[in-house]
Write a protein that binds this ligand. Structure first.
Ligand SMILES: Cc1ncc(COP(=O)(O)O)c(C=O)c1O
Ligand SMILES: Nc1c(O)cccc1C(=O)C[C@H](N)C(=O)O
Length: 438
């Protein structure tokens, strides 16, 4: 890692502070007085019991579920069972013994896809679960370029998109060679850029730095009217609030399994392809078409016939261990009203913004997250000239957020396991950290 790109790991290796500073932040956090109105909101929270389904460390406010979701309690036991019984005892028989016996590894990607589908407004056969988000971005962009009319050779994207989206799109276009172009623009001025040479529009719905949310329905409608296919990166959307890909008329999407879906480090990613494209795509195999995406893998046919739905995008052997963790993690969404989830997310972020206001007046903090609800994801970010050092102090003291280049303090809120009291504790920790530095 270089100085210009830091994860929490780098931040923790920044200049260590005296233990007393971390203790002061920790004491502010654990001793924070929780205002009565926040206690009241928590008492009336319909999702409050969900927190019991997670394992969270004590003495910490974990505001980084938008990077790595917390551990759902049921996951370790599931992993133990998969390792000891499904792998250890049943061995190869677990590929096809069937769901009734709890051993259907071959169908695991489809079962997980069916659990993700309702969270993103998709049908189960429109979703595939496999690979990383970047690799899935490559596959759906390649599919979009194949579907687009020959004269359209431009991928339009947000100039400030998450780096992997930019790198992957550029890599694909370099491979295709002549005439293809990645055009990086400001997503707030899309209209003028949706020209007749554009094949696909690649956008991340919620910006990883600012938390700005785009209007997916309006942007997709605008793109469709211009004959442009849409590819949505839902990394910071899926599991944070209801997403309605079919309602919006989206063409393709991708997203992470390890953020708000809580599937664990390196969890497989998901992709979405609208069923209206599946027929046309039968003639043109996906760019990475492997045997597990074949309609009948064990026929061992020499020619590729795609599986009927999005399963054709699963190129190889299902990643059973990580899929099992994600499968188990997704059970926490059972029975969750996604509109209640969104309402709570907004209440948490509203509360954080409000409690941080006095600190913005005293310290060089600038809110960069939109205040309007429709333009906000499930995180709140501030600029601070010493953001890297401040976040290192906060993490040392138990308020775990993120530093993002060049000067962003990022705090992610997960309505399944955060309370309004957590928000007050986090702000008390931030105040202690900023006062210590001033
Ligand atoms: C918006 C966005 N897209 C893509 C990724 C990358 O995902 P992956 O590492 O699974 O390729 C991330 C986070 O890592 C992200 O925030
Ligand atoms: N995927 C990550 C990883 O493997 C290590 C550290 C961080 C991440 C992240 O997910 C970063 C994240 N996409 C972000 O929005 O910044």
């Amino acid at each position: 890692m270089t100085n210009t790109d830091a994860t929490n790991t780098d931040v923790q290796t920044a200049q260590p502070q005296p233990t007393s500073l971390y203790e002061r932040i920790g004491a502010a956090l654990t001793g924070a007085a929780i205002p009565a109105d926040l206690l009241d909101l928590d008492a009336r929270d319909p999702l409050a019991r969900k927190r019991e389904e997670f394992t969270l460390p004590g003495g910490v406010v974990y505001l980084d579920g938008n990077s790595l979701g917390a551990l759902p309690r049921a996951v370790p036991e599931r992993l133990q069972r998969v390792a000891a019984q499904e792998w250890g005892d049943a061995l190869i028989r677990s590929w096809g013994a069937g769901a009734a016996e709890g051993r259907d590894w071959m169908n695991l990607p489809d079962r997980v896809a069916a659990k993700i589908a309702p969270l993103i407004g998709a049908l189960p056969h429109e979703v595939a679960v496999t690979d990383t988000t970047g690799v899935n971005t490559f596959k759906v962009l390649a599919a979009a370029l194949k579907l687009a009319p020959a004269g359209r050779r431009v991928i339009l994207t947000d100039a400030e998109n998450f780096p992997t989206d930019l790198y992957i799109a550029q890599g694909l276009l370099d491979l295709l060679g002549g005439g293809y172009e990645l055009r990086r623009v400001n997503p707030d001025a899309l209209g003028e850029h949706l020209t007749a040479d554009v094949a696909a529009l690649l956008l991340t719905e919620v910006d990883y730095r600012t938390g700005r949310r785009l209007d997916m329905a309006a942007v997709t409608a605008q793109a469709r009217a211009a004959g442009v296919l849409t590819v949505w990166d839902l990394a910071h959307s899926a599991g944070a609030f209801p997403v309605d890909l079919r309602g919006a008329g989206a063409d393709f999407a991708v997203g992470c399994g390890y953020k708000f879906l809580n599937g664990g480090p390196g969890a497989p990613s998901f992709l979405f392809v609208s069923e209206r494209h599946l027929g046309a795509m039968n003639a043109a195999p996906v760019a990475i078409s492997g045997w597990m995406g074949h309609a009948d893998p064990f026929e061992m046919d020499r020619a590729f016939t795609p599986a009927p739905g999005a399963r054709r995008f699963v190129p190889g052997t299902p990643m059973v261990l990580s899929l099992s963790a994600l499968d188990s993690a997704l059970d926490v969404f059972a029975g969750v009203d996604l509109h209640a989830l969104r309402a709570k997310s907004l209440s948490l972020t509203d509360t954080f913004i409000r409690l941080m206001e006095p600190l913005c007046a005293r310290f060089p903090l600038t809110l960069v997250t939109p205040q309007e609800h429709v333009r906000r994801g499930s995180q709140v970010s501030y600029r601070h000239p010493q953001a890297r050092e401040v976040m290192a102090d906060l993490i040392g003291g138990g308020v775990i957020g993120d530093y993002r280049t060049p000067d962003i303090l990022r705090f992610g809120f997960t309505p399944l396991y955060h309370s309004h009291a957590d928000v007050a504790r986090a702000v008390a920790g931030v105040q202690a950290a900023l006062e210590a530095r001033a």
